[in-house]
Design a protein around this ligand. Structure first.
Ligand SMILES: [Zn+2]
Length: 299
């Protein structure tokens, strides 16, 4: 509906407005504040057809300017949703040039705010393309993007296979930076790290007080260590992981089997516990469905 129609439908009281998530067009206006249940139902029904964004406005707060601002916001977010996967699929050399300011940044993206996921894409989707020249240029970028310096340090230590550099970032007994924990543990996993200090550090993470199971990569990491992590790792995981999500239970049980199994497991044919696939011209990286990230499968 047009802005005029939306303003007329809103009336002069509180209202709830549903916008098209990509274009910002007003799809529906409810002139009274709905209950949480009815609002959720309505948004859910619409989401099946198009992306939606819902906002409450108290009496008098909905104006033409607010509608235009919201529409501009939705268009920018919609464009980001298109431009991020497009950019991720470009070669590593192009992504490095974007970070260096030598190649154009798509219109809905901004630096330094978008630097972190571009760096992630370079190392996680395009790792095989990294030449010594690109790696040297990436190491220069830690000064240009100080907020990404820690992530760059982890990734660069990982591609160099430099255990000492990783241990300087997280010597186990010190508190870990959870924003780089998955990358750190993947790097240690690639090195085949299984020292007692490392296992102790992983065990200290299991069940610790981080929202949304931020410590969960440590469970996979213990699975990668295998029987060397010992029975106490199995006991700690069993005590800490009680999720009803089937994929989490599957991973937990696979890790427990790996920790307690004396028989030989076989290397998985995936790329380090992940699979990178090109689908509809986009690159996607997902956990390997065969080994669940453990890099080995039962023999
Ligand atoms: Zn695998």
């Amino acid at each position: 509906m047009s802005p005029d129609e939306a303003l007329a439908a809103a009336g002069t009281g509180d209202c709830f407005v549903v916008f098209h998530g990509d274009t910002g067009e007003v799809l529906a206006v409810r002139p009274t504040r709905p209950t949480l249940g009815s609002m959720t139902d309505e948004l859910f029904d619409m989401k099946r057809a198009v992306p939606t964004v819902g906002r409450f406005f108290s009496a008098g707060a909905l104006t033409r300017a607010v509608l235009e601002e919201q529409a501009a916001d939705c268009r920018r977010i919609g464009a980001r949703g298109q431009q991020i996967p497009d950019l991720e699929s470009k070669p590593a050399s192009h992504l490095v040039e974007v970070l260096e300011g030598c190649a154009p940044l798509p219109s809905a993206l901004e630096l330094p705010d978008d630097a972190r996921w571009i760096i992630e894409a370079i190392f996680e989707l395009h790792r095989a393309e990294l030449t010594p020249d690109l790696i040297a240029r990436l190491s220069q970028l830690r000064h240009r993007y100080p907020r990404c310096a820690r992530a760059l340090d982890v990734y660069l230590a990982d591609v160099a296979g430099d255990r000492d550099a990783l241990w300087r970032i997280w010597p186990g007994h010190a508190s870990v930076d959870f924003s780089v924990l998955p990358q750190l543990l993947e790097a240690y996993g690639r090195l085949g790290e299984s020292s007692q200090d490392y296992v102790d550090a992983l065990l200290a993470l299991i069940g610790c007080d981080v929202p949304f199971g931020g410590w969960f990569p440590a469970v996979t990491a213990l699975g990668r260590v295998g029987p060397a992590a010992g029975q106490r790792a199995a006991e700690k995981i069993l005590a800490a992981v009680h999720d009803t999500e089937p994929s989490i239970i599957e991973l937990r049980d696979r890790v427990l089997a790996r920790l307690q199994s004396g028989t030989a497991w076989l290397p998985c044919d995936c790329r380090d516990g992940h699979v990178v696939e090109r689908s509809e011209a986009r690159l996607r990286r997902t956990e390997c469905p065969r080994c669940l990230g453990l890099t080995v499968v039962p023999g």
